[in-house]
Write a protein that binds this ligand. Sequence first.
Ligand SMILES: Nc1ncnc2c1ncn2[C@@H]1O[C@H](COP(=O)(O)OP(=O)(O)OP(=O)(O)O)[C@@H](O)[C@H]1O
Ligand SMILES: [Mg+2]
Length: 393
Amino acid sequence: MASLKDEVLAKLAAIAAPDGRPLPATGKLSEIVASDGKVFFSITVDAAQVRTWEHVRASAERAVRSIPGVQSAMVALTGERTGGGGAASAPPPRPAAAPGAARPAQAAAARPHGHGPQGHGPQPAGPAGIPGVGAIIAVASGKGGVGKSTVAINLALALHDLGLKVGVLDADIYGPSLPKLLAIKERPQTAGGTRLKPIVRHGMPVMSIGFLVEEETPMIWRGPMVMSALTQMLREVDWGNLDVLVVDMPPGTGDAQLTMAQQVPLKGAVIVSTPQDLALIDARRGIAMFRRVNVPVLGIVENMSTFICPHCGTRSDIFGHGGARHEAERLGVPFLGEMPLALEIREKSDAGSPVVASAPDGAHAQAFRTIAARVREGLQVESRPAPKIVIEA
Ligand SMILES: Nc1ncnc2c1ncn2[C@@H]1O[C@H](COP(=O)(O)OP(=O)(O)OP(=O)(O)O)[C@@H](O)[C@H]1O
Ligand SMILES: [Mg+2]
């Protein structure tokens, strides 16, 4: 019996590329991920040819969907710049804020504040915005396991508490966290064509590759696949009107992260670090990476700062304390605040109900709201009044 992947390739062989060749013979297909009725792959073409390939992408997707047993198919079309080096090695400069020159708030203010690609005046050279989405911010760290996802979801909830319309995108396609952090088991519904409706939790639309693939599926994402998955989650999800989209980034500062930082129209980045020297070196790398692609660093959060004993409430500085504040001062980026290492934070996260949502009156939620207020200040976004809903009789 042919594997699903073979069936997909057989279907694609009947689709002609713009030059008449069968699609699999063009060398433009990525690895095909086919598992549990879900098929995912990308077609990478020269950026100048994207338009002429769109109908091929659409036909490929239709063809794959028509295979019995396929429940969902995502085919992404990725434009690759040729000449002048790869995207990751030669990021195009963005017009706003020269690296390190402007303070983040000014840098953010200097950028077009419009919603979507319309903006004002000439188009910046960076990636186009997402219609309806105000500011996209990345929560990142140089090192894994420092609490990026925990900070990202609680920061998003805290921004929401401050009255902003907030969405969350889990861009950690290697190890998605949102399904666990929010105890989400359902699958997103399609919104017609290739578009997906995000899942809504705590009043926020959220999206993660983890909603689309089984937890056990090995994540053998290759470069272009990573990018196309991200592009699809950013641009083919009905985010609606948002003031802020919080993006939980995968850990590290390698090429994949750099490319991501470049492909997503980021308005700023929040760096999460623990206080140890080693983690701070990684945080420094993270800051350098965002500066390299001219994304303003909104500041550093020190996570797992002080340990609070759940029994007696005694505080102890296991990893040292205040390292991130010092580092922020040294690097000239704002210090956004610190979160203690607290059992309650981990327990609530593990239970699928982050601390800002489950204990909104507690000290941790308050600390996250203080961090959120500083982030909002850095972005200079105000909450928009909710649109009036008129129900006609
Ligand atoms: N302030 C905190 N207090 C207690 N536990 C925490 C805190 N922050 C994070 N954790 C716990 O530490 C673990 C790692 O956190 P998290 O998954 O948020 O890190 P991460 O940086 O996103 O990791 P990865 O690099 O794997 O994506 C989780 O079990 C989380 O619940
Ligand atoms: Mg994470």
